[in-house]
Design a protein. Structure first.
Length: 169
């Protein structure tokens, strides 16, 4: 695959995750508001609407603006990484991470009373252990994939081409 094709794939995958996450959150905010937890698969999973002002497991609840800044920095770093990825598997991982990070950044930036004070919309209950969303699935899946790619030694980008030696006269 050409580098241009990989870049297009990376950003298309990110756009897919952003759209899927935001659409499912829109659905959750209309269908689940005021409803009790709806069990799925015998209670292993469930649907319940939760607004999370913190990070994973509700950590950092009092520091929403700091989490917004961190999410913005993560988006910039992942955007740059997306432009530098030269392999298909890393493009898939970075595209998924970028999509999840951008969607969470949108939530932090726009789902609050003021810009940067937003809460993450969570609605997928994992057996009462924690509640997440589609962006979390993209982020966790991409993180696991990235660790595996690293352990397997899959290169992130093409090796530098050796510079040709200057010709002697």
């Amino acid at each position: 695959m050409t580098r241009r094709t990989l870049t297009a794939l990376t950003f298309s995958l990110a756009a897919f995750w952003i759209a899927l996450d935001q659409l499912t959150k829109l659905w959750a905010e209309t269908a689940l508001v005021g409803q009790p937890r709806a069990p799925i698969l015998g209670g292993w999973f469930g649907l319940v609407l939760v607004y999370n002002p913190g990070a994973a497991f509700g950590l950092g609840t009092g520091f929403v603006w700091i989490l917004t800044v961190i999410a913005g920095i993560a988006v910039v770093v992942l955007f740059v990484a997306a432009l530098r990825t030269h392999t298909l598997l890393w493009s898939l991982a970075i595209g998924s991470m970028l999509g999840g990070a951008v969607s969470h950044f949108f939530d932090r930036l726009l789902r609050g009373d003021t810009i940067g004070s937003g809460k993450i919309v969570d609605f997928i209950d994992y057996g009462g252990f924690f509640v997440g969303n589609v962006a979390d699935i993209a982020l966790v899946g991409a993180a696991i994939g990235s660790v595996l790619l690293s352990f397997l030694g899959v290169p992130f980008s093409s090796p530098e081409r050796p510079k040709s030696a200057p010709t002697q006269k």
